[in-house]
Design a protein around this ligand. Structure first.
Ligand code: DGP
Length: 118
């Protein structure tokens, strides 16, 4: 799948539409999900044109891969989720119901999250 520069997260990255930003660094932008599934529900997106985890893991440099996931960890820590725990989700493709074609990691926490799938 080629990258669609018109996707909503690309627009957020370019500052064309607003987001509730909670963190930004050279690798990643993190902001609140508009449809929260838990008391804490943050999306972390890379600052690059990657359609999904599969694209990111295949095509990003080792330095970017490490930097991005280090940012995800730092954001979870900054949100105070380390002690009680949190869940990371990333959806790739149709069977996973990926709805925005820019790679993103959901950080979910703030309550007991229960079973992996409903
Ligand atoms: P996924 O199903 O993994 O592709 O999740 C996409 C998430 O993006 C979903 O939880 C809702 C969220 N979302 C969709 N549009 C927007 C938006 O414009 N702003 C923000 N902050 N989140 C959005």
């Amino acid at each position: 799948m080629s990258y669609d520069k018109g996707n909503i997260f690309a627009k957020i990255l370019r500052g064309e539409i607003p987001c509730k930003k909670i963190h930004e660094d050279q690798y990643a932008l993190a902001f609140e999900d508009t449809a929260p599934a838990a008391p804490v529900h943050i999306l972390v997106i890379p600052k690059g044109e990657y359609t999904s985890f599969d694209d990111f893991a295949t095509n990003a440099t080792s330095e970017f891969l490490h930097g991005f996931f280090a940012s995800v960890r730092a954001i979870a820590a900054k949100l105070g989720l380390n002690e009680n725990g949190y869940r990371l989700i990333t959806n790739h493709g149709a069977d996973a119901s990926q709805s925005v074609p820019h790679f993103h990691v959901h950080i979910l926490g703030g309550r007991k999250l229960g079973a992996l799938l409903p």
